[in-house]
Design a binder for this molecule. Structure first.
Ligand code: EZ4
Ligand code: CO
Length: 409
């Protein structure tokens, strides 16, 4: 496969840095000085993807035509023989995104132009409100409303339980991952199911009906418990209820779907169209949460999104802070084009991330606006990154309060 001059990949390197939290970035350069950046961050397993890229993918890239994005995607996917899985698909995503960045820079256009141009002026995002109890969550919602958010994910501590993942300590974000090893938290589904409707009742009482409300059950429920929760939340008209059951069994959603009209979202841990297929085809969900970084890059993610469009399923891309600004830049570029864009998660990155990543997107009053610079609009300062070396860090895990059984967190 001969590359034309002016588009040959001459260098590719992996950068692991920790400006407040760990990020893995793939940097690809062509012989005429165009640089593309791809996100390869897999929270808590960062080094595994860095090695996959460094040891097995980078050597295959050198000398290839940077414009043959599809062919390189197929080479890395089919060629590995061992298909799918988060590590593989995140590594492929990094290559894919860096190459789309390069192609758009060659074209001198923002990425959305290469996909078909704009379908919308701005992208609806949702913010995160959490608190140790209902009152704190209500205050957090009030603050987000002040900033203009029209859609808010609400989580709160559960009476009788200590700190649980997804709920912050006072005034703090519940992320990033902290601790050299995962801490262990205690969980009780009965207490949780009793508590959640009271949270949403209080929210509607204080803020009325206009606000879009979301909630994340973080894979902790059985199909029947999820059906119960969906029903009990119907009076509060949620925008979506997320990850009610573990994502391994898509059939579980049949039970939930048949029992409740509360809109369902799932898929932040999905890495392939095959994870999403049944859920979309049977219209068991309303929003697909797969992200560009964990689902094979723009090339594969857009197959998921366009497949979803056929079944009136809209996108709601994962956008927690473990997805680097590169992934956010791509999500906004692609979301500017995608006809069935639904909503974008927005959890702002914390300082000092801006010392390493410069992004051309912006948030304003409940919406995000993608930038107009060529590429996906995010550049990485490799020199600055050296000041922030990788630091082992993990999110907490979960055990049942009753008897210490390992649980989904
Ligand atoms: O737990 O990104 O909806 N968002 C989430 C996230 C995920 C983390 C895992 O790395 O559930 O906070
Ligand atoms: Co989630």
């Amino acid at each position: 496969m001969n590359a034309k001059p002016g588009s040959t990949i001459i260098a590719a390197r992996v950068l692991v840095c920790c400006p407040g939290r760990n990020f893995v970035t793939l940097i690809i350069q062509t012989d005429d000085g165009v640089t593309g950046y791809g996100d390869a961050t897999l929270n808590g397993r960062e080094r595994a993807v860095a090695s996959y890229l460094q040891d097995h993918v980078v050597p295959m890239l050198i000398g290839r035509d940077a414009h043959r994005i599809e062919d390189l995607w197929q080479l890395l996917y089919r060629g590995a023989y061992w298909r799918r899985g988060p590590v593989t698909m995140t590594a492929i995503a990094a290559v894919d995104v860096a190459l789309w960045d390069i192609k758009a820079k060659y074209a001198g256009m923002p990425l959305y132009q290469l996909l078909g141009g704009r379908s919308r002026d701005r992208l609806l995002v949702y913010g995160h409100a959490t608190g140790r109890d209902v009152e704190e969550t209500l205050d957090a919602i009030a603050e987000l409303k002040e900033q203009g958010y029209e859609a808010i994910r609400a989580q709160s501590g559960v009476p009788g339980l200590g700190k649980i993942y997804g709920v912050s300590e006072s005034g703090q974000a519940y992320e990033p991952a902290a601790g050299d090893l995962p801490t262990e938290e205690a969980w009780d589904t009965t207490s949780y199911l009793r508590h959640v409707p009271t949270l949403f009742e209080a929210i509607r009482l204080r803020f009325g009906d206009a606000l879009h409300l979301l909630h994340d059950a973080h894979h902790r429920l059985s199909p029947n418990e999820a059906a119960q929760l969906g029903r009990r939340l119907e009076p509060y008209q949620l925008f979506w209820l997320e990850d009610v059951t573990p994502a391994d069994n898509p059939e579980s959603l049949r039970r939930v779907r048949s029992q409740t009209t509360t809109p369902l979202a799932i898929g932040e841990v999905f890495n392939s169209l095959f994870d999403c297929k049944l859920l979309i085809q049977e219209q068991l969900i309303d929003y697909i949460r797969a992200s560009i970084v964990h689902a094979g890059g723009i090339t594969h993610w857009r197959r998921i999104a366009e497949f979803a469009a056929i079944y009136q399923v809209r996108t709601g891309c994962h956008g927690a802070t473990d997805l680097s600004p590169i992934t956010m830049g791509c999500a906004l570029q692609v979301g500017a084009w995608l006809p069935n864009f639904g909503i974008q998660e927005h959890m702002p990155h914390q300082t000092p991330i801006e010392e390493v990543f410069t992004a051309d997107y912006r948030f304003e009053s409940g919406y995000m606006y993608c930038g107009e610079s060529p590429g996906h609009g995010v550049v990485v300062d490799e020199e600055a990154a050296k000041r922030f070396p990788y630091k082992r860090a993990y999110l907490p895990v979960n055990r049942l309060q009753r008897d210490g059984t390992m649980w989904d967190w």
